[in-house]
Ligand binder design. Structure first.
Ligand SMILES: COc1c(O)c(O)c(C)c(C/C=C(\C)CC/C=C(\C)CC/C=C(\C)CC/C=C(\C)CC/C=C(\C)CC/C=C(\C)CC/C=C(\C)CC/C=C(\C)CC/C=C(\C)CCC=C(C)C)c1O
Ligand SMILES: NC(=O)c1ccc[n+]([C@@H]2O[C@H](COP(=O)([O-])OP(=O)(O)OC[C@H]3O[C@@H](n4cnc5c(N)ncnc54)[C@H](O)[C@@H]3O)[C@@H](O)[C@H]2O)c1
Length: 393
């Protein structure tokens, strides 16, 4: 329904001219940037960051009211994925290496449309929107950000910007893994059993709410002190990963309580988990294991794009085959930017089926502290950065 609404509006011709907010002739803005890869000391606040401009008719400029910090921001600050991102930014390899700097991080934005390209019909200046920004684009830890309109969605009316900014990136990731790769949706989840390894962080807290809203039974692993959080979000069974080997606890749970194996496992943890998790899947039933922790970017960083992708292809291909023989599906999951997906999430939020889980809000001046918080791990939901104070309610 929402998808066709977006299509319907976009099919109408000649709606809005591009109303320029750059009438003030300003060409700079405030932002947090990095000029090289490294630890937190590479984060630099500047008042002279280049103001984003519309390069293509389907783009919009958004004034950032709030952003959030994801683990990818910490990894990218250190150079993670630089080879692949460089290829995406500059496919013909025209620019010198290092041309990505000054780089703005931040993958979540909630804010206000300031300017629309001539082909943008679904938004107009003044609209309150949210978006998840692809890793190869300039991020949201800045006053303004340029996005493609198909990455943007109308923010839920029920959320303030600091709440909304906690959702897009992890929601788009959870949707990509659960729906696009995992094959679950609101119509086929009611009898499904889902296991979420690492349920207390950004992706996990969103994933719990999504599959619960669709009627699935959800088992979650987390630390004991996060049990109340995940149960409040809808988790049916909780395994404390600090209380002993998780696989043993899950096998016992399966025998004594669940009586059945899982249809989908979402792995937010990686590492050793894939050595035992797939044995918990229902065989010969289309059951899938999807991990968000993949060697893909480590391979391209280490081996270069071609060899890295080849290595990744061989790795995933062999693992897919190895588990296919046992009647289960092994998959890598990836974030996928999508405005229409966020339209669906927005509807779930306004229907009270999904809520933001904000662990801490930092001011724009405290971005390094926000990075330190995320870098410590043990997230309980999301770390948000408030860039424009929300209008007093
Ligand atoms: C830190 O952790 C992360 C985060 O916190 C994040 O937030 C993120 C987002 C990520 C991940 C980030 C990224 C992926 C980067 C963002 C994306 C870009 C910069 C855009 C540009 C991306 C690309 C150009 C590549 C896009 C690819 C992917 C997104 C991943 C999928 C890629 C592969 C699976 C590798 C495929 C490689 C090939 C096709 C090359 C040749 C293949 C072979 C030689 C295959 C060999 C096969 C066999 C030997 C066995 C037989 C094969 C089969 C049975 C079929 C195989 C089955 C499947 C499903 C492939 C983040 O990390
Ligand atoms: N491939 C992709 O496109 C993609 C996209 C988004 C995130 N990711 C990756 O997915 C992972 C999860 O992302 P996130 O934003 O939810 O991270 P997060 O840091 O917000 O959440 C991770 C959670 O797992 C908990 N945890 C740590 N070790 C655990 C264990 N052994 N068992 C159970 N819980 C454990 C932590 O306390 C935390 O709450 C990260 O590694 C991230 O880099 C990948």
């Amino acid at each position: 329904m929402l998808m066709c609404k977006r299509w319907l509006v976009c099919s109408l011709k000649g709606q809005y001219r591009s109303l320029s907010f750059s009438a003030s002739r300003r060409s700079v803005m405030t932002a947090w940037v990095i000029d090289k890869y490294g630890k937190n000391e590479v984060l630099r606040f500047t008042k002279n960051a280049a103001l984003p401009i519309i390069h293509y008719p389907n783009e919009v400029i958004v004034k950032v009211h709030a952003a959030s910090v994801n683990p990818l921001d910490i990894s990218m600050r250190g150079g993670y994925g630089a080879a692949t991102m460089a290829m995406k930014r500059d496919p013909l390899n025209i620019n010198q290496s290092g041309s990505e700097f000054p780089l703005v991080l931040g993958r979540d934005v909630s804010g206000e449309i300031m300017e629309c390209g001539l082909d943008v019909n679904y938004f107009k200046p003044g609209d309150q929107v949210w978006a998840a920004i692809p890793p190869w684009k300039q991020g949201s830890l800045a006053e303004f950000v340029a996005l493609s309109a198909n990455e943007v969605s109308h923010k839920p009316k029920s959320l303030r910007h600091v709440e909304a900014a906690s959702i897009p990136y992890v929601a788009a990731t959870a949707w990509s893994v659960i729906v696009n790769t995992g094959g679950l949706n609101k119509d086929n989840s009611s009898k499904k059993r889902v296991l979420i390894l690492g349920g207390s962080g950004g992706v996990g807290t969103l994933a719990i709410q999504m599959v619960k809203a669709w009627g699935a039974h959800v088992t979650v692993t987390c630390s004991q002190n996060a049990e109340r959080l995940v149960r409040d979000l809808g988790a049916d069974d909780v395994v404390d990963y600090t209380a002993g080997p998780v696989e043993k606890q899950l096998q016992t749970l399966q025998k004594l309580v669940l009586g059945d194996q899982f249809d989908l496992i979402l792995d937010n943890i990686g590492g050793e988990t894939e050595k035992w998790a797939l044995d918990l899947l229902k065989p010969w039933n289309g059951a899938k294991y999807v991990t968000l922790v993949t060697p893909f970017l480590h391979n391209t960083d280490r081996l270069g794009l071609a060899d890295g992708m080849m290595q990744s292809g061989v790795t995933i291909g062999c693992k897919v085959l190895k588990h296919l023989r046992k009647g289960v599906h092994y998959r890598w999951g990836f974030f996928a930017p999508s405005g229409p997906t966020l339209d669906e999430i927005s509807e779930m939020v306004d229907a009270g089926k999904v809520r933001p889980v904000v662990e801490e809000v930092f001011s724009f001046a405290q971005v390094p502290q926000a990075f330190q918080k995320v870098e410590q791990g043990h997230a309980r939901g999301k770390t948000v950065v408030s860039i424009v104070e929300d209008q007093k309610e």
